[in-house]
Design a protein around this ligand. Sequence first.
Ligand code: NI
Ligand code: MN
Length: 228
Amino acid sequence: MRITWLGHACFLLEGSKRILIDPFLTGNPLAPVKPGDVKTDLILVTHGHGDHLGDTVEIAKRNNAIVVCIHELSRILVKRDVEVLGMNIGGSAYSMGVKITMVPALHSADFEDESGEIVSSGSPVGFVVEMDGVKVYHTGDTGLFSDMKLIGELYEPDIMLVPIGDLYTMGIKEAVKAVEFVRPKVAIPMHYNTFPPIEKNPEDFKQEAEKFCRVVILKPGESYEYRP
Ligand code: NI
Ligand code: MN
C-alpha cells in the first residue's frame, strides 16, 4: 500500500483502490495538490470541521467517489448531491473490497453551511481501513483515550496516523502514549505545522514513539510504501 500525506489530516491510500481521508486542500497553506488533481474511489471523512471535510463535495462529484462518514454528516452531504455511505461508531462497512470500521474519537464536531449557519454533524470519529490485507488506523482529531488499547487489540492496525499538533488534538506526549496503547508497526504523525498554533517538531515525537514502533515522518506530498 502506498500512503501519501497531503498535509494536515489528509492522506491518500493507494492499493487495489484509492482511498482519500479528510481532504482539506483549499485553504491549507501546505497542501501539495489542488482538489482537481486528486483521483479517488472512496473518501472517508472523520468529522464536519472545515479542516477535515474540506474539499470533499467537489472531489466526490468529480470522481464519482463514495463518501463514508457518520450518519448525521451523510445526511448533510446527500443534500449536496454526493453519494454517501452513512454509518456509525463500532460498525464496519464494506465497499469495493475495502473494509472500513468506524471507531470513536474524543473531539467535537459541527458543520458550517454556505449561509454561515452552524449545524450538528454527528460525533467525530476515527477509521480503521483494511485494504489488500493492510490495516490503517486514522485516529481523526482526538484526545487520548484508553479504549485505543481495544482498537489496537481488536483490529491490530499496521499503520497508525496520529495527530501531534496539540491545542485541538493530542500533543506529542499524548500521541506517544496513544502509540503505546495501539502498538502499530508504523506510526505517521499528522495535524501539525499547518498553522502557527499547531507548530511541532515531528522529530520530538519520533524520538519517544520509536520505543514502541517505527515512526515515518512525511513531508506534505511525500509517500511511504508499506509492504507487509
Ligand atoms: Ni476538528
Ligand atoms: Mn482538525
